[in-house]
Design a protein around this ligand. Structure first.
Ligand code: APR
Length: 263
């Protein structure tokens, strides 16, 4: 993979010295693991209607269809693995004092790769809870065969622990994400279309607080105007190259104009 992006001296200096890096990830970082994105031409929203499958209204209108769709997405996850992009962020933790991953993804591939500080803005696909009383739900095999399962406490419909359109993000998680964006010296934006708020506001917040913004996306997005560097490549190759470059900068104090290692 030909990575010939030249990094400015400003970006190189920040990468060499930063002790706090925050990373906003979207579906694109999991694409090379085989997890479909949402807004690419072959993405989920090209085939399904988000209002029918990713909203409380859609769930209440057809609970079984929504439950089965999430069961299908869970099934897909059973056969996928973290890819080199996820693993590069784990390596980054060994180079930099504080690496906080702020993910919009619900696939838990960051955690499976070994990342330690992951903020899940949109929940996760592993857990479920009762849509009526909110109690966490664990399938102990005692449920009857109705789909979705019913809450053993109140009989309510069980739903996946993901944040649907029109629902608030977990307040504590978003507050931590905003804090991480404000503190970051370098803010990586990896594999997201930056179209869904409030997650999409985080790069701007980081930029306003003085962070160096680097975007990794084969089709760079609107944040281009605040990005100090854009790597128009897939995360599976660009992130390992970037982390390798950070290691080299810190090992050698690399000061001459450089291009990312050829891969
Ligand atoms: N490497 C890096 N980026 C990639 C790759 C890749 N291999 N493949 C695709 N991309 C980029 C696309 O160019 C696109 O900009 O990833 C982005 C994926 O955008 P979306 O599909 O919109 O996913 P995301 O930004 O995570 O969506 C945000 O929207 O539907 C909701 O809850 C859902 O969390 C999701 C949110």
């Amino acid at each position: 993979m030909e990575l010939t992006t030249t990094l400015s001296e400003h970006v190189r200096t920040r990468l060499a010295r930063a002790e706090r890096i925050a990373v906003l990830t979207g579906a694109g970082i999991s694409a090379e693991s085989g997890v479909p994105t949402f807004r690419d031409p072959d993405g989920l929203w090209a085939r399904f209607r988000p209002e029918e499958l990713a909203s409380m209204e859609g769930f209440l209108a057809n609970p079984e269809r929504v439950w089965q769709w999430y069961q299908h997405r869970r099934h897909v996850l059973e056969s996928v693995q973290p890819n080199p992009a996820h693993r590069a962020l784990v390596q980054l933790e060994n180079l930099v004092g504080e690496v906080i991953i702020i993910t919009q993804n619900v696939d838990r591939l960051h955690q499976r790769a070994g990342s330690h500080r992951v903020l899940e803005l949109h929940g996760n696909l592993e857990d479920n809870y009762c849509s009526a009383c909110g109690r966490p739900y664990c399938d102990d095999g005692s449920a009857d065969d109705r789909l979705p399962p019913r809450c053993p406490s109140c009989g309510g419909l069980i739903r996946p622990a993901v944040v649907w359109f029109g629902e608030p993000l977990p307040a504590d998680v978003f507050a931590a994400a905003e804090r991480a964006a404000r503190r970051a010296e370098v803010f990586l934006v990896v594999g997201t279309s930056c179209q869904v708020y409030p997650a999409a506001a985080l790069p701007q917040i980081a930029w306003e607080c003085g962070a160096t913004i680097i975007e990794i996306n084969p089709l760079p997005k609107p944040i281009g105007s605040i990005a100090h560097a854009v790597l128009p490549h897939k995360a599976g190759s660009a992130l390992p190259a970037l982390v390798e470059h950070i290691a080299w900068l810190r090992a050698t104090g690399g000061t001459e104009q450089t291009t990312l290692p050829q891969r």
